[in-house]
Design a binder for this molecule. Structure first.
Ligand SMILES: CC(C)(COP(=O)(O)OP(=O)(O)OC[C@H]1O[C@@H](n2cnc3c(N)ncnc32)[C@H](O)[C@@H]1OP(=O)(O)O)[C@@H](O)C(=O)NCCC(=O)NCCS
Length: 263
């Protein structure tokens, strides 16, 4: 990502507003030297998964809590998250996270916990990462877009492809990093295939990402499509798969409608 000065200023403000929150990466020890451990100036602690079993277990439990029936199986966590890559974490005292999370994990107020986490898998295309799991238990704080941006900064990602559902609040989080170019349906299908799409975010320009983070990156949508109008949304994916350039423009979704820009 070029020109990250504006992002550095924004994330400094975010960290100052949330004392007790810190950045870490959890992955195989082998990768410690491959990550940028000061993304946008924020110091990150690298935690080798081989020596941080309890933290890996906590991530597993939180992922399953966040995603329910499609939470990550344990072997997928080890073989496809921690061995090839690293999960970005915003850690904090348990008193800051949703009460139901504290209860589910049996945490006391000052116990350290994962407040938000993002995992993007490396791909065989250089610079391209695949967004896999975003979760946050710190609603309304900006932790969700920041854990995503900081993790992608640690990975030095230039492009991101991700999977989302039209009606998930995460679409607004994803659009904090810029317009979402529609790519099409999920290769090989998906549990929620009929309401799911693949998008791509261009991360090469830090100034644009910073503008999007504060919702100053604006393009007038040419169409607003209801998140429940699955036939109209499917037609959009047909057009994207046929090569047409279509974006969801920030904030991505507004009042139950996706904001589409054509051309
Ligand atoms: C998706 C998730 C990471 C969002 O984190 P969060 O902390 O709730 O995020 P925020 O509170 O910042 O809300 C995100 C946006 O959605 C909006 N939003 C929140 N709840 C909403 C709802 N029920 N309906 C519509 N919009 C909603 C917020 O206003 C915010 O938009 P803004 O930043 O433009 O104001 C979190 O809900 C989560 O962990 N969900 C379970 C796992 C999941 O579905 N992950 C996404 C996979 S792609």
């Amino acid at each position: 990502m070029r020109d990250t000065g504006a992002l550095a200023r924004q994330v400094e403000e975010f960290m100052a507003r949330h004392p007790g929150v810190s950045l870490a990466a959890l992955g195989a020890g082998e990768h410690a030297g491959s990550l940028e451990l000061s993304p946008f100036g924020v110091p990150a602690t690298y935690l080798p998964a081989e020596r941080n079993l309890a933290l890996a277990q906590q991530y597993l439990a939180l992922n399953q809590l966040a995603f329910g029936g499609i939470g990550v199986p344990r072997w997928v966590l080890s073989d496809l998250y921690l061995l090839p890559g690293a999960i970005g974490l915003l850690r904090c005292p348990a008193r800051l996270v949703k009460p139901e999370v504290r209860e589910a994990l049996g945490l006391a107020d000052e116990d350290p916990t994962i407040g938000a986490a993002y995992y993007a898998a490396p791909s065989v295309t250089p610079g391209l990462f695949i967004g896999v799991s975003l979760l946050s238990f710190l609603p309304g704080t900006g932790a969700a877009p920041w854990v995503k941006a900081l993790t992608l900064g640690m990975l030095r990602a230039r492009r991101l492809r991700g999977v989302a559902q039209w009606d998930n609040p995460s679409v607004r989080v994803h659009a904090r990093l810029g317009p979402l170019r529609l790519v099409g349906r999920v290769p090989g299908g998906h549990e929620y295939g009929e309401r799911t799409f693949v998008y791509e975010t261009d991360l090469s320009d830090g100034v644009r990402v910073a503008e999007a983070m504060v919702r100053r990156l604006y393009r007038v949508p040419t169409q607003r499509v209801s998140v429940t109008d699955l036939s109209a949304l499917s037609a959009l994916l047909d057009r994207a798969e046929a090569g047409e350039v279509l974006h969801l423009v920030p904030p991505g979704v507004d009042a139950g409608h996706v904001l589409v820009s054509e051309g």
